[in-house]
Design a protein around this ligand. Structure first.
Ligand SMILES: [Zn+2]
Length: 897
């Protein structure tokens, strides 16, 4: 049999990792300059280079060498330099569903300017991949994926394991999503460096190839063998043509080819055996000993995950839908600015960045990037909301009234308490000398107010006492307008705010109808609304009753602290120390607020824990002892960490919301909050990428790591056939299911001081000392999270309504409106926006269940067609769409002709 050895030159480029971005970029510029020189050199024989699947590298290079844009373009067009399909090599589990789509959409659009894209789902180093990846790739016209992790037989140093019982006997397999979509999966069974630094010297080459050919053939299902000529930040091997000449002379039965993924996959597909193993769903290294899954990157530097969660929500769930609604009302859609925000955010999404597994400089730069994305998102939302509200007709506002428009940018109706600072009276500096305004405003009597909706119905509200404050307007046609305003925080229950729509409320002079409020006894620490009843115990744990069924969960909310002698990648519990918990540790309680709208309770714990790990750990770090082998314990010196928990239960909330503030004074430890559900189940559910995935509570038999943590996007959930408990979180992405009492354990803080991986890189800032916060909501429900539709509440957690105070004016839009009318019960809404490259309004949902769901969505004067994740239109136009099991569906809407 004639065999082909495909040698693909590449360099896996983590933009930032053990060095900060600019230091890595310095070496990247050298690599690119060498590469261009090599391609240009007459007779160099250098054929092909794979640019690591991420187009951002071109931006990194052109920022320094804009003069080389044309030559690079030419190399791509000639299919010598292979780029795309991603924008960055993101972490698949710690970035949102939409972020995963945008990474592909924006990356593939970037490649259009160069005329060629490498159509391979390239996940060389990704720390596990979500199960819906084949469906996403398929929708993007990509039918092959290559990955280095997730499937046995790869082990820690990315070497092949000799343990039998592989998930696939070959490095090639069929990888299938829950909806049934599948791609050809290629596992880098000998890692993406199995053809690195190929010798030119005959003797060395023989030793090299004797081993490497055998290693590759051990797993290859065909005569087409893949050799990845490169590794992490690998400089260019200019001598590849000479190395190929040597190899060809040594092994006449093999054809050695300086190849590309295009050429390799084409040859591979023709040679594939009829039967390949089918691998289903998530690739998470579940069939390994569990010591190298890198899953605890989900809790490394939690502050980064929280900032990312905030930015993603701001862009996906507020900014884009608002701009799309404005476009439907006749405005222009600022797609370039939105793309810029996304690209800025995605620069924080590479696996070594968002995973929190780099050196401290890297993560400090990320914080600044997140802050800029938040600034962009906030001003964007404010300006687009104001522009939209300017089109709403508020001319019917009662005399002396203040109109307030509450916008719901999500795909589900919302009923929630809105808090908004309202300017009750305002005097511009142009109207009076500024020094006189504060006194004037303070002396002005304010009328009594009542809040009404569009039908004149009174709405329950609270208005805090007003204060005079400075403010300013930035008009788009004249100089800034400073003013003083008498302002106060208004809170009210915004009921029935339609999905993709808004409702107008009016604060008008008149007598408020006082609602009677009877608080439960001060000493009992009870909280209650129409859905749940909470009874707190002295130690801060609580019994939570679901009022519909009368069923209760007991002793939820205990905090647990353990020692952590691992690193940024992996948690390893300190030896010989039992967990320290708040069980039985009395907390100090006080009510912060009690009204008809909300109850807020605060309790504080002072927990005594070891100040750090014991001295043994420093030696183990210095000597590069692998985390699994470490034996350090916790220090005998103790310190106190103060934990302040604020619980809020508002009208309309299906469960209480918690904010924990920790003054962390200890190092080398992990803090979790525990929810012992008492439910006996074998599996549980968690929010993942376009999937509410079912995972086993206990690991496979090969698993040796005592810790069995998992990733989540927005929630984890346990349920038996009657009751369930779902914990929704705000950027807390790690949880574990403990068999005892069916406990959901959510990590709220992890403190470690070392990067891990191939050397000793100290990372003192990963200890997360000082003030740290964590937020979550606890949602009890009947049945499971899908059957009960509790996922709607979980996905809505921390996705705010946008409220805008406006003036009395005429407008083209009515006082209450819904831009898109949908019947989509059972589906999970994901995005609403205008397409990247045409003017269709795009809406995306996914079906989280096995049952088909009927979807109806209407925009007045528009017609819809089914699209894909690349926003390409099809002829499939219907009045309603059958969304099959686990399908990700995108509809495009264009104006009827
Ligand atoms: Zn990497």
């Amino acid at each position: 049999m004639n065999k082909t050895a495909h040698i693909i030159s590449h360099s896996h480029w983590d933009r930032e990792w053990y060095l900060p971005f600019e230091k890595h970029r310095y070496y990247f510029i050298q690599l690119m300059n060498n590469l261009i020189e090599q391609f240009k050199k007459e007779g160099s024989g250098f054929q092909s280079f794979h640019l690591d699947g991420q187009t951002v590298l071109l931006e990194d290079y052109f920022a320094v060498h804009p003069e080389n844009r044309e030559i690079v373009k030419q190399l791509i067009k000639e299919k010598k330099l292979h780029i795309g399909p991603w924008y960055v090599l993101q972490d698949a589990f710690l970035t949102s569903s939409e972020a995963n789509v945008r990474n592909l959409l924006i990356g593939m659009n970037d490649t259009k300017a160069y005329g060629h894209v490498s159509k391979i789902g390239y996940f060389p180093d990704t720390f596990g991949i979500y199960g819906q990846a084949p469906q996403l790739l398929k929708q993007a016209g990509i039918d092959t994926a290559a990955f280095g992790r997730g499937v046995k037989p790869t082990g820690f140093n990315n070497t092949v394991s000799d343990v039998p019982d592989y998930e696939s006997p070959y490095s090639e397999m069929i990888w299938k999503s829950p909806d049934g979509s599948s791609v050809l999966g290629i596992l880098f069974a000998n890692w993406y460096s199995n053809g690195n630094e190929i010798p030119v010297d005959e003797e060395e080459a023989q030793a090299f190839w004797d081993k490497k050919l055998q290693d590759a053939e051990k797993y290859a299902s065909t005569n087409q063998l893949l050799f990845m000529n490169g590794c992490d930040h690998q400089p260019l091997q200019k001598t590849i043509p000479q190395a190929i000449e040597t190899a060809s002379a040594l092994y006449p039965d093999y054809q050695f080819k300086h190849s590309s993924f295009d050429e390799y996959t084409e040859a591979l597909k023709q040679a594939l055996p009829e039967q390949l193993q089918v691998i289903e769903g998530e690739l998470r290294n579940q069939r390994t000993d569990g010591w190298s899954t890198l899953v605890n990157t989900a809790s490394s530097r939690i502050y980064l995950k929280q900032m990312n969660h905030h930015c993603q929500t701001l862009l996906e769930k507020n900014a884009e839908p608002l701009a799309a609604m404005l476009a439907l009302a006749g405005g222009t859609y600022p797609r370039e600015y939105i793309r810029f925000m996304w690209k800025s955010l995605m620069k924080n999404h590479p696996h070594d960045s968002i995973c929190g597994c780099s050196v401290d400089e890297v993560h400090r730069e990320m914080v600044t990037r997140f802050e800029s994305v938040a600034q962009m998102g906030e001003v964007f939302v404010e300006e687009n909301a104001a522009a939209l509200v300017q089109k709403v007709d508020t001319s019917q506002t009662p005399e002396g009234g203040i109109p307030l428009v509450v916008l719901n940018t999500t795909g589900w109706e919302k009923n929630e308490v809105v808090s908004k600072v309202v300017d009750l009276e305002k005097v511009y500096f142009s109207q009076m000398h500024f020094e006189e305004i504060p006194v004037y405003l303070e002396d002005q009597p304010l009328p009594k107010y009542k809040l009404i909706d569009g039908e004149g119905k009174a709405v329950d509200y609270q208005l805090e006492s007003p204060a005079v404050e400075f403010g300013y307007d930035l008009p788009d046609d004249k100089f800034r307008q400073p003013f003083f305003a008498k302002r106060a925080k208004l809170s009210f229950f915004a009921e029935g705010i339609p999905s993709f729509g808004y409702k107008t409320f009016y604060l008008v002079p008149g007598a408020k109808e006082e609602q009677e409020y009877v608080p439960s006894s001060e000493t009992q620490f009870v909280m209650e609304n129409e859905y749940v009843h909470l009874q707190f115990h002295e130690d801060g744990s609580y019994d939570l009753m679901h009022k519909d069924t009368g069923e209760s969960f007991h002793r939820l909310g205990i905090y647990e602290d353990t020692g952590d002698i691992g690193n940024e990648y992996m948690y390893k519990e300190a030896k010989g120390h039992a967990a320290i918990t708040t069980k039985g540790v009395p907390a100090e309680f006080k009510f912060l607020e009690r009204s008809t709208l909300r109850t807020v309770l605060e309790f504080t714990h002072k927990l005594l824990i070891p100040v750090s790990a014991d001295d043994h750990l420093a030696m183990e770090r210095n000597r590069l002892i692998w985390h699994k082998e470490r034996e350090a314990g916790r220090s005998d010196d103790m310190t106190t960490i103060t934990m302040q928990t604020v619980v809020t239960l508002e009208k309309g909330m299906k469960g209480p919301a918690f904010k924990l503030t920790i003054n962390n004074q200890a190092t080398d430890h992990r803090l979790r909050v525990l929810f012992p559900t008492g439910l006996r189940t074998e599996t549980h559910k968690a929010d993942s990428i376009f999937e509410i995935v079912t995972r086993p509570n206990t690991p496979e038999k090969e698993w040796e790591n005592p810790s069995f943590c998992h990733h989540q996007q927005r929630f984890a959930s346990l349920a038996d056939t009657t009751m369930g408990l779902t914990v929704a979180t705000d950027g807390l992405q790690e949880y574990e299911i403990l068999e005892e009492d069916g406990t959901i354990a959510v990590t709220v803080l992890r403190s470690t001081a070392e990067l891990g991986d191939w050397g000793y890189f100290p990372t003192p800032e990963a200890q997360c000392l000082g003030m740290q916060t964590a937020e979550w909501q606890v949602l009890p429900h009947e049945k499971d999270v899908i059957q009960s539709q509790a996922f709607v509440d979980a996905y809505q957690y921390k996705v705010p309504l946008v409220s805008v105070q406006t003036s009395v004016h005429e407008g083209s839009l009515p006082e209450t409106h819904q831009f898109v009318k949908t019947e989509s019960k059972g589906l999970v809404w994901s995005s609403l926006r205008v397409a990247e490259e045409h003017d269709d309004v795009m809406i995306r949902w996914f079906n989280p269940a096995e049952e088909e769901v009927n979807l109806k969505a209407d925009i007045q004067d528009y017609e819809s067609c089914k699209s894909n994740i690349l926003e390409e239109k099809t002829d499939d136009t219907q009045d309603s769409y059958e969304v099959s099991k686990y399908e990700i569906i995108t509809l495009g809407f264009h104006k009827k002709r």
